[in-house]
Every structure is written in structure tokens, then in C-alpha cells.
Design a protein around this ligand. Sequence first.
Ligand SMILES: Nc1ncnc2c1ncn2[C@@H]1O[C@H](COP(=O)(O)OP(=O)(O)OP(=O)(O)O)[C@@H](O)[C@H]1O
Ligand SMILES: [Mg+2]
Length: 263
Amino acid sequence: MKITGFVGILEDITERKEQRRKIIEQQALMVHSAKLASIGEMAAGIAHEINNPLLIISGKVQQIRRAPELGKLDPDQNLAHTETTKKTVDRIAKIISGMRNFARDSSADPYTAVSVTKLLQEVVSFSVERFENQGVDLIVKVPALDFDLQCRTYQISQVLLDLLNNAFDAAVDSKNGLKPWVEISVDRRPEGKVGFRVKDSGDGVPEGLRSKIMDPFFTTKQVVKGTGLGLSISKNIIKPHSGELFLNDQHEETCFCVVLPLT
Ligand SMILES: Nc1ncnc2c1ncn2[C@@H]1O[C@H](COP(=O)(O)OP(=O)(O)OP(=O)(O)O)[C@@H](O)[C@H]1O
Ligand SMILES: [Mg+2]
């Protein structure tokens, strides 16, 4: 009797283990298909997004090709056409690289320890020239005592770079008459967390748009300037880091925050 009972318990445990394995398997499948579904949803948008710049390129190339025929060989005009073509090609490249990052399975990327100060300095080094050229003050605040963060470094730099780009655009496009500035800072938070903040002197996000800004392809920028993928890709990167990305309306200025666990 006792032996039968023992076998019964063993069978019960095995069955429960099997059930748990199946649930985990199903959850993984659901995550995968949700990702595929959102890529599918985006495909229609991308077709549209890429088609417009292709039309621009096609038009410009035709104008360049027909210029000698029409006796309009104006070097300045030609330069302007080629510059528009180059900008438009860059825009397509940006859309594609954004998509690649979105679709790419980065779940196997290793988490490595990186100094938060180094991470911030590196991100800033990519942008500093553009800020200087446009007369935008860039304020960088690092903690007195540096510390390490375990993350997918490349991805987190990309998020911070996107936030800096958005802040730059907002500061430059602002009509409030202030000298444009952007501030990026990092500090240690309680409960083993790190907080990154990107603030700007721009006009802020209108109340009615706040729920939309993280949606793929939502943009208020001109066609050549924004694809509307920055924040949605960033959100997608921050989620598996068990972190948060949000617009913090507790501040007077526009302030985007990224909070991540240190390990
Ligand atoms: N700092 C900011 N100040 C004001 N509005 C912002 C700011 N950051 C983002 N937004 C708003 O959110 C929208 C979406 O931002 P997101 O980064 O996703 O796309 P984008 O900047 O328009 O294009 P992309 O990042 O692909 O070049 C922006 O078009 C803008 O309207
Ligand atoms: Mg952006």
C-alpha cells in the first residue's frame, strides 16, 4: 500500500512538472507570435514609409538625368538634387535598420557590466558635434561615485541616443525663445536601480499626444526627419531589461526617464 502511494506521489510530481513545461512552452510561443503579429502590422506601414522616399529618389534621378537634355546644367541645382537623394536614401536606411532591431531576436545577447559614466560619455560623444553646430547646450551630469550596470550595452546606448535625438529636435524646433539646451543625467536609485534622465528646453509633448508617442510610426516630425520608430523600439528594448521608459510629467521641463535594475 505504502509503495503504491509513493509511486502515486511521484506520478503526480512528474505530471505537474510536465504541465509546467507545457505552460512555459505555450508562453514562449505566444510571445513569438505576438512579435510576428506586430511585425506583420508594421509591414503595411513600412511599405508606405519606404514607398514615399523611393518616389522622391526616382523623381530627383529623373531630373538629374534630363538636365543636360533640357539645357539646364546648373551645378547648384544638381547638387541640391543629389543632396535630397542622399538624405532620402539615409532615411530608408534608418527605417530598415530600425526594423532590423525591432525584429531581431536579441534575447541571446549577453548582459555585460558597464560603468554608467562610460556609457553616458560614449553616447554623448556621438552627439556632441551636432549639438555644438546648432548652438544647443548639452549638459551631462554623472554621479560623483561611478557604478556598474549589467545590460545589453549596445541596446541601452541606442535608447539614450534616441532620447537625445528627440530632445535635440524638440529644443531646436521650439518657439519659446529660450536658448536651446538638453540635459542628460544618470543616478543611482534606491532598491538597486539606475535612473537615466533626458530633459530639454523644448515645448513639451501636448497632453493629447502623450498616449500615442510610443506607438510605432507615430511622429509629428517632417517626413525627412522622423520615422516615428525611436520610442517604440526603445520601449521594446527596455522591457526585457525589466526596466521602464516613460515621460515623467512631474518635471517642469520635458523629461524622459529610463529606470533599470542594476543587475
Ligand atoms: N523630447 C520631446 N519633446 C517633445 N515631443 C517629443 C519628444 N520626444 C518625442 N516626442 C514626440 O514623440 C514622437 C515620437 O517620437 P519617436 O522618437 O518615436 O519618433 P520620431 O522622433 O518622430 O522619429 P524617429 O525617432 O524614428 O526619428 C515625436 O515625433 C514627437 O512628437
Ligand atoms: Mg525619435
